[in-house]
Design a protein around this ligand. Structure first.
Ligand code: PEP
Ligand code: MG
Length: 320
């Protein structure tokens, strides 16, 4: 059994009709990296760097961040490492970052908005990420993007820091699609970034206008709602116009019912919770993109999440 699991972990994510679907893991710290790889992760599609920043009195400096990111890159042994820029604010406060109390934190200063409001923090993190690029296949990703102008500001800051470090401008920069604005503007974003990664947790909350942390609506904040799937569809179409890859790093990438739908909509990278990686990869390896497309075409036509689930369950049933 153990040998079989090890052999399966070494296989790449590829559908039965030969389409490459990269299956990687979401990580929050170094200790998770090696076990994720052993479990079959083909890299890290989302490093939540805020875990390095929370619960401390002072922000980690450039050298400490560089060391942390480089150690994770090395643990991945050349596999891609997507480092997400600090995603604090809203529900994730950090003591040394004074964000005034807000009436609507989910709609306030959070994600990339915090970084753009604190250019020093952004510059320090970008320098650390760029320096860690020596240690592996490092890429950078901006959270909570709502406007092409925000992407441009991050790109500009990255160029300044690369030049200051005497590095080339070749580290890939991606955007997270977590707002309806980003999904709708995916073509404009794709024209100016290197990859898109859909954060389905926040995208679901903002498409449905339901707080993902509020128990009163928890039962309805459903990533398989057809409204969310139509947003993902639109995002994939926009990105395809510029030939840019779309990944999913939110919870849907760990959901068996969602995986074939996402593949059918055009998603080619799935970054799942480490515990879900093996199962997601096995699913990818057992299905055809052709069949996934039929499913995706059907789910964007139905009216309820229950109908979406029934269609996806029928596909899983076929696979046995
Ligand atoms: C998401 O919103 O789907 C996501 C991956 O980011 P987080 O869950 O860290 O907000
Ligand atoms: Mg998010």
């Amino acid at each position: 059994r153990k040998a079989a699991a090890r052999a399966a972990a070494a296989l790449e994510g590829r559908t039965t009709d030969g389409v490459r679907i990269e299956v990687s893991a979401n990580l929050g710290k170094l200790a998770e990296a090696a076990p994720a790889v052993a479990g079959g992760a083909e890299g890290c599609g989302l490093l939540r760097t805020e875990f390095l920043f929370l619960d401390r009195a002072v922000a980690p400096d450039e050298d400490e961040q560089t060391a942390d990111y480089a150690a994770i890159a090395r643990a991945l042994e050349g596999r891609p490492l997507v480092i997400r820029l600090l995603d604090i604010g809203g529900d994730k406060p950090a003591p040394y970052l004074p964000i005034a109390p807000e009436e609507n934190p989910a709609l306030g200063l959070r994600g990339i908005r915090v970084a753009l409001a604190h250019p020093d923090i952004l510059a320090t993190q970008l320098r650390a990420v760029l320096r860690a690029g020596e240690a592996g296949d490092v890429r950078v990703m901006a959270p909570m993007i709502a406007k092409v102008s925000e992407l441009r500001a991050v790109r500009a800051a990255m160029q300044v820091e690369s030049a200051a470090l005497g590095l080339g401008a070749d580290m890939p920069l991606g955007v997270m699609v977590e707002t309806p604005a980003a999904a709708v503007m995916a073509d404009g974003l794709a024209a100016e970034c290197d990859f898109l990664s859909i954060g389905t947790n926040d995208l679901t909350q903002y498409v449905l206008a339901m707080d993902r942390g509020n128990p009163a609506v928890a039962g309805s904040v459903d990533g398989l709602d057809p409204a969310v799937l139509r947003m993902i569809d639109q995002c994939c179409r926009g990105a395809a116009l510029h030939g840019k890859p779309v990944g999913v790093c939110g919870g849907l990438a760990s959901d068996r019912l969602a995986v074939p739908i996402l593949i059918g909509l055009g998603v080619t990278k799935l970054s799942a919770a480490p515990a879900a990686v093996a199962e997601v990869k096995a699913l990818v390896r057992g299905v055809s993109v052709d069949r996934c497309r039929t499913l995706a075409a059907a789910v964007v036509q139905v009216s309820t999440a229950a109908e979406v689930r029934a269609l996806a369950a029928a596909l899983l049933e076929e696979l046995g």
